[in-house]
Write a protein that binds this ligand. Sequence first.
Ligand SMILES: Cc1cc2nc3c(=O)[nH]c(=O)nc-3n(C[C@H](O)[C@H](O)[C@H](O)COP(=O)(O)OP(=O)(O)OC[C@H]3O[C@@H](n4cnc5c(N)ncnc54)[C@H](O)[C@@H]3O)c2cc1C
Length: 405
Amino acid sequence: MSVSIAVIGGGIGGAAATLSLLSHGIDAHLFERGDHFSELGAGLQLSPNATRILHSFGLEEELRTCAVEPTAWHQRRWRTGETLSSVPLSTHMKMRYGYPYYHILRTDLLDALTKAIPQDRVHLGYEMTDMHQERENVEVTFSNGQTFEFDGMIGADGIRSRVRSFLFGDVTPCYSGCIAYRGLIDADRIAKLKLPTETQVWLGPGKHLVTYYVQRHKLLNFVAVIDRPEANDESWVMRGEVDSLRAEFSGWHPMVVDLVHAAQETFCGGIFDHQPMPCWTRGTVTLLGDACHSMVPFMAQGAGQAIEDAAVLGRCVQAATRGTLADCLKSYETIRRPRTQKICNIAAGLKDNLHFADGPDQMSRDQNLGSDTTSWGVGDLDWLYGYNAFSAGPPSALVTSKLTG
Ligand SMILES: Cc1cc2nc3c(=O)[nH]c(=O)nc-3n(C[C@H](O)[C@H](O)[C@H](O)COP(=O)(O)OP(=O)(O)OC[C@H]3O[C@@H](n4cnc5c(N)ncnc54)[C@H](O)[C@@H]3O)c2cc1C
């Protein structure tokens, strides 16, 4: 008989993990504290390393009908609009990696994932409040007073993970020094700008603006990331002032000014991550997604990495028994922790680069961007977009040290 696993948290990571576990014959159940699945009304970039997995879940058709395939990643200078780099995406991605690069509304992705999970596996209104771990099982208690026993548990409960606190104690998220304004603009309101189907990234002193279409071009998603030394609330449901957003971009290229003036509402919150974790797993409980590797969003990989976690997790536990589950979860961590840590580190290092004041650093960055037609400033991306979660093992250095040590 297969092992039973509780997945705590019905965000993109938890939903993907549940689907992956079920597809490998694991007796998995998903517990979400909300009384419905919900995601922020905002967009998400999904690269081929993640879309490969979503297609394997049978979501190809569903994603195609709601996502947008951007033609390029286009970086531009804040005042003049000059092109700093333009990296081909849609055709290039499919040719090189076999899978598309998508822009998608978060709610559309979460809908697609959760609709694919059988309803008897989904438990809404279940906020995990307590857990007790024995050698080969875990007892999970929810705020509604119910307690269940499982062989194992996955904490996919986000950056403020309660599962993580139970395993390793409280970890305070670190403020990145940036806030983000986010929102969606009706495409009709900006039709006159004739924006191409690209990711446009406008780089300026102390801030940058990313825009792209979602929902078959019906909506334009924007994210404005702005240096702000003092910590800000991380909540994304906090309404921001549209006038403050507009003021941030006064004096920028007329297209940017028009864009932010077309926004009718915005949400604003601080950007947080947390220190690298030396360990994700204790016994038959482990972590997944932002619960163990929250990252600043400059690589657009947080959700993608949670989806990769889900695929590797399914593979690692498919043959698990009660006696081997702890080792299987440790193998999952061994494969996933180095890769996600590498991406967290690169993302953290990108912020200053994106926000240089006009001057020598900015000029040398722009020169580098101009000479780089295959990536968007971080070098070769095959290791990132070409990653196959269905066959990837631990980094070779780890394998070598295990063999020799
Ligand atoms: C500005 C910005 C832009 C981004 N852009 C991108 C992008 O383009 N591409 C990309 O791949 N990533 C992007 N990300 C990152 C991405 O949003 C996250 O990495 C991803 O959503 C994390 O998913 P998750 O499921 O791990 O966590 P969450 O989305 O936080 O989900 C956690 C879930 O757990 C539930 N929960 C919490 N506690 C409990 C409990 N005790 N009991 C039961 N349920 C509980 C919550 O209600 C929630 O549903 C971006 C992030 C930011 C901030």
